[in-house]
Design a protein around this ligand. Structure first.
Ligand code: S3P
Length: 453
């Protein structure tokens, strides 16, 4: 149990209960036990979206019951798709309306905080001829770049209009008959790639997307399982061609635990003296496992056990224990494979021997917050010695962090990364806007409380 300020929500309290006051983050405990992280966020969005445009029913086990997938489900319901209530531990049923079955919604589609919802939805809606859609979201999402999706879709004939020359939501989409296209994307982004592939499903000819490096490939795997005609090739699977015409059929989807959520426990276990943790049922898709490669480079004590394949995705359990860590250096093609784990890897760097370097990660500046600026600011408040760069940071490891008044600045991954940092600080910390964690990991604070008990 937390020892001070008593602001930690009880296991039964809603995560939002943490929002009113700062959450107490007592220093000094170790972590032990087993933890099952919630379902993969990327796979959860896709299971809902692909189920909606398939024919027949899709049954999803292990769907992430968090704010982001709830935003996707709410948008789908607003267009006439039946999605059963999303409750932890219960399967979710989606009654597909087919590739062109969405009704024109009577109001704006609210994507909340979720970039994946907005970007994939833009791809899906661009080809819904004669129908008009408006997409918006919270203040963070309304500040995030959408031209990266709107521009390639315009090459296919899409009509998308928004603020700032079409870059910012609210965005209006007037559905069109789209044409196939050859599109080279300037950034490796699974959201951009997936939006193009979804638009390609009803285009008049084949579409090819070429990325500068491979981003996560959940869309390719799952679209193929639903029946889409899709070929992946090129250098390191960076080229995807989708030929329209195939019908999609409802599937049974089993969502593995999210490696991006597991990453908080992996780093916490590696840096906290005496820690021994097992994270169960974690998705190990190679396009997502960059964090394991980096932790290995650091000399972390991590073992992958019970490796298996579940519904087309590799899965395993991860055992981690505390030990000495070396600095790491990342840049280039590995970045898309760990893009969401960089905030918590920055925390690991603070506890490693030597200078760690993160480069080629300018994408972090356009996530839910500017994660380079926010992590630099918050870790400096704890005494970290680091330099923020345009596309990354360098971090001098081995400097003792101290407790501080921290702030998630509304970003879920920042909230959880700072909670991990607070475990090894000298003195207690507090965290403002801790409720942000509910975007991807509603029970994070309860799991933390249980593992430190
Ligand atoms: C996601 C892709 C990544 C990631 C985001 C989820 C997805 O974004 O950061 O959390 O589900 O496709 P980008 O595609 O912009 O890199």
């Amino acid at each position: 149990m937390p020892t001070s300020q008593a602001a930690m929500p009880s296991p039964s309290a809603p995560a939002a209960g943490a929002s009113a006051a700062s959450l107490a983050l007592p220093a000094g405990a170790s972590l032990r036990g087993q933890v099952q992280v919630p379902g993969d966020k990327s796979i959860s969005h896709r299971a809902l979206l692909f189920g909606a445009i398939a024919e027949g029913e899709t049954r999803i086990e292990g769907l992430l019951p968090a704010e982001d997938p709830l935003s996707t489900a709410a948008c789908l319901r607003a267009m006439g798709v039946e999605v059963s209530p999303i409750r932890a531990g219960e399967p979710v049923l989606v009654r597909g309306v087919g590739l062109d079955g969405f009704q024109e919604p009577a109001d704006i589609l609210d994507c909340g905080n979720s970039g994946t919802t907005m970007r994939l939805m833009l791809g899906l809606l661009a080809g819904r001829q004669g129908r008009h859609f408006v997409l918006s979201g919270d203040a963070s999402l309304r500040g995030r770049p959408m031209a990266r999706v709107a521009k390639p879709l315009a090459q296919m004939g899409a009509q998308i209009h928004g603020r700032s020359g079409g870059n910012l939501a609210p965005l209006a989409v007037l559905g069109q008959q789209l044409q196939g296209a050859n599109i080279a994307t300037p950034v490796a982004s699974a959201q951009v790639k997936s939006a193009i592939l979804l638009a390609a499903l009803t285009a008049s000819g084949p579409t090819t997307v070429v990325e500068p490096a491979q981003s996560r490939d959940h869309s390719e795997r799952m679209l193929r399982a639903f029946g889409a005609d899709l070929v992946v090739g090129g250098h390191n699977n960076t080229t995807v061609t989708l030929t329209p015409g195939a019908r999609l059929h409802g599937q049974q989807v089993v969502v593995p635990g999210d490696i991006s959520s597991a990453a908080f426990w992996l780093v916490a276990g590696a840096i906290t003296p005496g820690a021994e943790l097992t994270v169960q049922n974690v998705g190990l898709n190679p396009s997502r496992t960059g964090v394991l490669d980096v932790l290995e480079q650091m000399g972390a004590r991590i073992k992958v056990i019970n490796q298996r394949d579940v519904a087309g995705e590799p899965v395993g359990d991860l055992q981690v224990s505390h030990g000495p860590l070396r600095a790491f250096s990342i840049d280039g093609e590995i970045i898309p494979r760990l893009v969401d784990e960089i905030p918590v890897l920055a925390v690991a760097a603070c506890c490693a021997e030597g200078v760690s370097r993160i480069a080629g990660a300018a994408e972090l500046r356009v996530k839910e917050t500017d994660r380079l600026a926010v992590m630099a600011r918050q870790l400096r408040a704890m005494g970290a010695q680091l330099e923020e760069l345009a596309d990354g940071m360098t971090i001098n490891g081995g400097v003792q962090l101290h407790g501080a008044q921290l702030d998630s600045e509304t970003d879920h991954r920042v909230a959880m990364s700072l909670a991990v940092a607070s475990l090894v600080a000298k003195g207690n910390s507090s965290l403002a806007r801790a409720d942000a964690a509910a975007v991807s990991y509603p029970n994070f604070w309860q799991d933390l409380e249980r593992l430190r008990a």
